[in-house]
Design a protein around this ligand. Structure first.
Ligand code: 1CP
Length: 343
């Protein structure tokens, strides 16, 4: 069975551009909100294979997308490492704050992976239930992004505690990053064993790092994760989303084993075609607010993206996740437009 998304990641231009959307399952869908309301807490939903399978497939049933992304969250990693994680409606995630420079608990791989076993079970279910043409996407947060949530105790505006730690005591910060590299690689390898056909690493807060720190705290740890994963799973395509890094997107091209860069909405299209798409597959980058807004402006920008990128392997996606106020029929309109588009 042909899987257009997988085939594109392996370097083949597809007759119809493959498409999926970051946060394609979630609060903008009424059927998600209904399932969510029966599940208990958000983490209960992430750790319930039956319900997590159901919500992963909801956007596929509506729009027949090329990618099925596992329904979970990047913060299950700190949770499975033993840190308290909670999600407060309207406020986002709340985590037990790490003490700056504090020591880390010993890494117990068996315990860590066994806490994540419901996630692997969800992938196994999805491998059975997803349409044959769809590609199953596993994911994790990048060490820097996960570290910011652990240090700030949740979302942040200025990342002052996390950055403060990197400046004041880089050695102990390095230990935290190394701890996350090892655990995240183990987590991703297990996702592949459970059926994931592609992996995406989200470095949502890479864009706040300066040049040297980007190299040390975003690129290097990602390079280490890719190397560890590829050692066990040499054929798995890996997508990296280093949001907000501007011209430094080119620095990620040096990561050996990288298949695809996911572009945020600020990346200029012609620049990305000339400087990134020559070397790797690209994915992106419609502004999620344009999807929420819909209409001719959405279609105009989608067409510009397709015109510029579709001559080389390209995956249509957004520049960041679907926002909760998005009308689902805008997603249908956009998807139908992409499906019917011919160069
Ligand atoms: O139901 C709810 O109220 C919870 C909302 C929600 C959902 C639907 C959260 C809380 N996470 C998710 C699912 C999720 N998160 C997925 C799978 C679903 C899909 O893509 O269809 C994925 C891939 C993520 C990844 C994620 N979580 C990222 C990386 C991508 C990004 O958006 O930058 C990040 C940063 C998070 C943390 C997170 N999880 C949830 C919230 C509200 C946040 C905070 C975001 C922030 O700090 O701004």
């Amino acid at each position: 069975m042909n899987k257009p998304l997988l085939s594109c990641l392996n370097g083949c231009v597809q007759p119809t551009v493959p498409v999926w959307y970051m946060r394609q399952a979630g609060r903008y869908l009424p059927e998600y909100r209904r399932t969510r309301s029966t599940a208990g807490t958000f983490l209960d939903l992430c750790y319930n294979p039956e319900l997590a399978t159901k919500v992963s497939l909801q956007p596929i049933e509506r729009y027949n997308l090329d990618g099925v992304i596992l329904f979970s969250d990047i913060l299950v990693v700190p949770h499975a490492l033993g840190y308290d994680v909670d999600y407060i409606e309207g406020k986002g995630p709340i985590l037990e704050k790490l003490e700056i420079g504090g020591s880390l608990p010993e890494y117990n791989k068996t315990r860590f992976l066994s806490r994540l076993s419901p996630v692997f079970k969800t992938l196994e279910e999805l491998a059975i239930k997803a349409p044959n043409s769809a590609t199953l996407i596993g994911f994790a947060g990048a060490p820097w992004t996960i570290a910011t949530y652990m240090i700030e105790g949740g979302s942040s505006r200025d990342f002052s505690r996390a950055k403060g730690w990197t400046y004041a005591d880089p050695d102990s910060f390095q230990s935290l990053i190394d701890y996350l590299v090892i655990s995240t690689a183990d987590y991703l390898i297990e996702q592949v064993s459970a059926g994931a056909e592609v992996l995406q690493l989200f470095d949502s807060w890479a864009g706040v790092l300066n040049e040297n720190h980007l190299e040390r705290w975003s690129i290097k740890p990602l390079e280490n994760i890719v190397a560890l994963v590829k050692k066990s799973c040499p054929d798995i395509p890996i997508i990296i989303f280093p949001k907000g890094v501007g011209i430094q997107y080119t620095s990620y091209l040096g990561i050996d084993g990288l298949s695809c860069l996911s572009l945020d909405s600020s990346v200029p299209l012609n620049w990305a075609r000339d400087n990134l798409q020559k070397h790797v597959v690209v994915q992106g980058n419609l502004d999620p607010q344009l999807l929420a807004s819909g209409g001719n402006s959405m279609i105009y920008e989608a067409e510009r993206i397709l015109d510029i990128f579709s001559g080389q392997p390209f995956i249509f996606n957004l520049g960041h996740g679907i926002v909760p106020q998005t009308p689902p029929h805008h997603v249908s309109e956009l998807t139908q437009f992409i499906r019917s588009w011919k160069a």
